[in-house]
Design a protein around this ligand. Structure first.
Ligand code: ATP
Length: 479
């Protein structure tokens, strides 16, 4: 493995890297950096925590230092927290340049963002939705001269999941110059390769880390098979044992919904665990504040939805617990990738119910690794089971008495309005769809029942016939 200078990086950047403890390039940096410096489009697929961010930040900074102007580079990120983290890397590594960056994400003041954009920052780091809003509503900035477009977590930006970025991406791509360098990075690029290739049109240099497994070797991947009702008791027991044994460990717990995130946070606090949460129903300022407190180890436990699954770099995080088994292997890979980063060790524990076993199998198939069972003293778990379940129920009741569900409904309506839809019409449409769906279901059920009845009738007839035959034979034998 060479050093950064031999890859063509300028001395000032090599020095800057050293100050951050980045001395030798990781494979993704070693391979992608020269191609980007040569002016090629690039698609880099490397495991979580392998230094993909610096693989695009460093060459952009080098090119910027040769011809500084704004807006030089646009980076898109699927989440707001990740956008801040990327901007920070640019700021730290680009300090000697006097780099001016600007972060454009939802949940923050739009007017001050518009002002910052009009000041022509060198680098804009944005989430697609908010940037598209600015493009639609303002003509005080131009992106027609950008040299670099970067899609971090590129596969997420292009997939049509619950947050669909494709329309916003169309708006953004519409104002960018065709002549630019496009860089796409993720730990899970391969599923969306075709869509990505249409964005990086300029015969992209494609690099993927060669490895049989898709998760890092330093990660000890475990599971616990548990009935749904005992899950929380296992969780409390696990946290208790980790905190008893290790003062300095931080834990991220992933769960499937904002409500569950909130309930688990309340519940773990009842057990005096220093817990904080991160999910999309929180105010943005609170989200940033909570993440900062977790990063600074003020709180040792972060309970999050998948909004924290990708990209976040928290070196102190030693353990990831999946309170629910992720439905997609890709999500699993990103979630457990929040630990065991940059060569450090880490543990992931997935709580698996009997209904999730098939999900574990498809995860294992994708990552080419078998999860090992995590040994637990079941006696200890059973001892706290009732206490934990009663506490959870109390927390649920407490949450129900707040306006959490109401807020969720209001947020949904706000989102629909922002998408240019009428919330009442949407609700009507949804109800009608639901009605049609349940009618179809009922119809299907009736058909099934009819088939079943017919089958049973036929079976009965057959049995009767057989009985009669037997009887006949017996009578014949007697005569
Ligand atoms: N060459 C290097 N040597 C040592 N540490 C490095 C090097 N490059 C990056 N790092 C550090 O490794 C950590 C992980 O890097 P980064 O966040 O870029 O990972 P990533 O590949 O983008 O992961 P993910 O897929 O989860 O987003 C960071 O703390 C970063 O500072």
């Amino acid at each position: 493995m060479g050093d950064f200078s031999s890859l063509g990086l300028s001395d000032w950047l090599v020095k800057q890297c050293k100050q951050l403890g980045i001395n030798r390039p990781t494979p993704v940096q070693e391979n992608c950096l020269p191609a980007i410096l040569e002016g090629r489009d690039c698609m880099g697929c490397a495991k979580t925590g392998s230094g993909k961010t610096a693989a695009f930040v460093l060459p952009v900074l080098q090119k910027l230092s040769e011809d500084p102007y704004g807006i030089f580079c646009l980076v898109l990120s699927p989440t707001r927290e990740l956008a801040y983290q990327i901007a920070e890397q640019f700021r730290v590594l680009g300090k000697p340049l006097g780099l001016r960056d600007c972060i454009i994400v939802g949940g923050m003041d739009m007017v001050s963002q518009a002002l910052e954009l009009s000041n022509q920052p060198h680098v804009v780091v944005a989430t697609p939705g908010r940037l598209a809003d600015h493009i639609r509503s303002s003509n005080t900035f131009s992106m027609s001269k950008i040299k670099f477009l970067i899609l971090d977590e590129a596969d997420r930006l292009l997939e049509q999941g619950c947050t669909d970025f494709t329309k916003d991406l169309e708006v953004i791509l519409g104002v960018l110059p065709a002549k630019r360098q496009t860089l796409l990075f993720s730990a899970t690029l391969t599923d969306t390769l075709q869509e990505l290739k249409s964005i990086a049109m300029n015969k992209p240099f494609f690099w993927e880390s060669m490895s049989e497994t898709r998760t890092v070797e330093e990660l000890d991947q475990r599971y616990i098979l548990t009935p749904e009702k005992v899950k929380d008791a296992y969780l409390v027991h696990l946290i208790q044992t980790f905190t008893d044994k290790h003062d300095d460990w931080s834990i991220i717990i992933f769960t499937n919904t904002c409500k569950n995130c909130q309930i688990l946070t309340m519940m773990l606090r009842e057990f005096n665990f220093p817990t904080i949460s991160l999910h999309s129903m929180m105010k943005q300022k609170q989200r940033f504040a909570n993440l900062a407190k977790f990063k600074a180890s003020v709180y040792k436990i972060l309970i999050a939805t998948d909004v924290a699954a990708r990209g976040l770099d928290i070196p102190t995080c030693q353990v990831v617990i999946n309170h629910n088994t992720p439905g997609l292997p890709k999500i699993y890979i990103h979630r457990v990738g929040r630990t065991a980063r940059a060569g450090r060790n880490g543990v992931s524990i997935t709580l698996v119910t009997q209904y999730d076993i098939h999900l574990v199998h498809s995860i294992e198939e994708q990552i080419q690794t078998k999860l090992k069972e995590y040994p637990v003293e079941e006696k200890e778990v059973l001892k706290i089971l009732t206490h934990v379940n009663v506490t959870r129920r109390e927390c649920e009741i407490k949450l129900e008495s707040t306006d959490f569900d109401e807020k969720k409904e209001i947020n949904k309506r706000k989102q629909l309005i922002l998408e240019g839809k009428d919330p009442d019409l949407e609700a009507k449409r949804k109800a009608e769809l639901e009605k049609i769906r349940s009618q179809k279901k009922l119809f299907k059920q009736k058909i099934q029942e009819n088939i079943q009845r017919q089958k049973q009738g036929q079976l009965k007839k057959k049995l009767m016939k057989r009985k009669q035959m037997k009887k006949k034979k017996a009578e014949q034998a007697l005569t």
